[in-house]
Design a protein around this ligand. Structure first.
Ligand code: FA5
Length: 351
């Protein structure tokens, strides 16, 4: 190869090694291969050579140009890759943990219902279910709630078209209601099972109610224990064990005498407010206690309606509001928040 061309290649590679930008690379290309570039200028030298040497010089010049062009191309790729890495490093912090795709979670009420069921299952209870649309006999009559009882008032109860219902004699048509409590599941269970009976029945219930702590659609959990020699002391011990397990702390409990036609004696079950430890706060309306629901010893008349010998067996029952317990657990100020389906609210209860 001509020493002139060899010197050009050497100089070019030395200059290329210090090029760090695409602009500088373009300038180098122009300096060697542009119209007035040093390699382009050497092409003019060919005419000055003896004719016999021109062919070899021409071939060597072509090789020199090809080598320079290939080196320029390779260097351009390297610079582009370097710039891309730099951009990535600026935008993406590769040391950060990967983003998780958004995942849904169980509704806070479902979470509470499952926790309640798990707690009572651990205490030896089975889970029983009943329909939302219930006959008046199971929702009211068999629970000693007579035809003239205020609970049957149109103001409280949603009535549905009368029809025959499962579980009663064929052709027995009844007034149907959306069940106003989970207590009809007591009746369904006692009619179909023999003591000892130990069940819980969580489920949806309906009443014509609507304010900050009352909703037309709400949830209760019923508990029922029937056997020989069951006493009020068993009820108290079970509810205390449940409270400790569910709330993870020993809260004060209070039984306030109250009237429900299907229990005797009957009581309201209150819990010492877990937020203020009984000192008084907005959630417990400054009483130090929060009402959870009703309970008591199953009325002998109810046992007899279900074919259970009330001389031999006794039992207790309770019915608690799941929505209220969820409000207590999470300090939710208004019941309606739980039924609006607003994801900004629901996202606060991951599970
Ligand atoms: C009853 O429903 C009885 N069946 C409970 C019972 C069962 C007593 C077994 C004795 C033996 P009560 O109407 O008080 O009782 O309702 C029980 C709980 O359900 C209330 O303390 C409250 O927590 C909840 N509750 C009642 N109505 C609503 C409503 N509209 N919205 C939200 N929660 C409600």
């Amino acid at each position: 190869m001509s020493p002139l061309l060899a010197a050009q290649i050497q100089q070019f590679h030395a200059a290329l090694a210090s090029v760090t930008s695409e602009e500088a690379l373009y300038e180098l290309q122009v300096a060697y291969l542009g119209k007035k570039g040093s390699v382009t200028a050497l092409k003019g030298e060919m005419g000055k050579l003896p004719p016999a040497e021109r062919k070899d010089f021409g071939a060597a010049w072509n090789r020199t140009r090809d080598e320079i062009e290939a080196a320029l191309e390779r260097h351009r790729d390297v610079l582009k890759a370097r710039a891309r890495d730099l951009d990535l490093a600026r935008v993406v912090d590769l040391s950060m943990p990967p983003l998780r795709p958004p995942v849904g979670s169980l509704h806070p009420l479902t979470q509470t219902r499952r926790r309640l069921s798990e707690t009572f299952i651990r205490l030896g209870f089975d889970v029983a279910v009943g329909p939302h649309v219930e006959g008046e006999q199971f929702n009211f009559d068999d629970l000693n709630i007579g035809k003239d009882h205020p609970a049957r008032d149109m103001a409280d109860t949603f009535f549905v078209e009368p029809a025959a219902i499962r579980g009663l004699a064929p052709g027995d048509v009844q007034e149907l209601v959306l069940r106003t409590h989970t207590s009809p599941v007591q009746i369904r269970t006692m009619r179909t099972r023999k003591p000892p009976i130990r069940i819980i029945a969580p489920g949806t219930t309906f009443r014509r109610d609507d304010d900050a702590t009352h909703s037309p659609m709400f949830h209760q959990i019923e508990g029922l224990y029937i056997d020989e020699g069951v006493s009020l002391a068993d009820l108290k011990a079970t509810l205390m064990a449940f409270t400790e397990d569910f709330f993870g702390q020993r809260l004060a409990v209070r039984f306030r005498p109250s009237f429900f036609p299907f229990v005797e004696p009957g009581a309201e079950f209150d819990l010492g407010c877990p937020f203020c430890s009984g000192r008084g706060c907005n959630l417990c309306k400054h009483t130090g206690y929060i009402e959870i629901g009703g309970c008591g010893m199953v009325h002998p008349g109810v046992l007899e309606h279900c074919g259970i010998d009330s001389e031999r067996y006794t039992g207790w029952a309770f019915g608690f509001g799941i929505d209220r317990m969820t409000m207590m657990l999470h300090q939710i100020p208004h019941l309606r928040l739980m039924f609006e389906g607003d994801t900004r609210f629901l996202e606060q209860f991951p599970c």
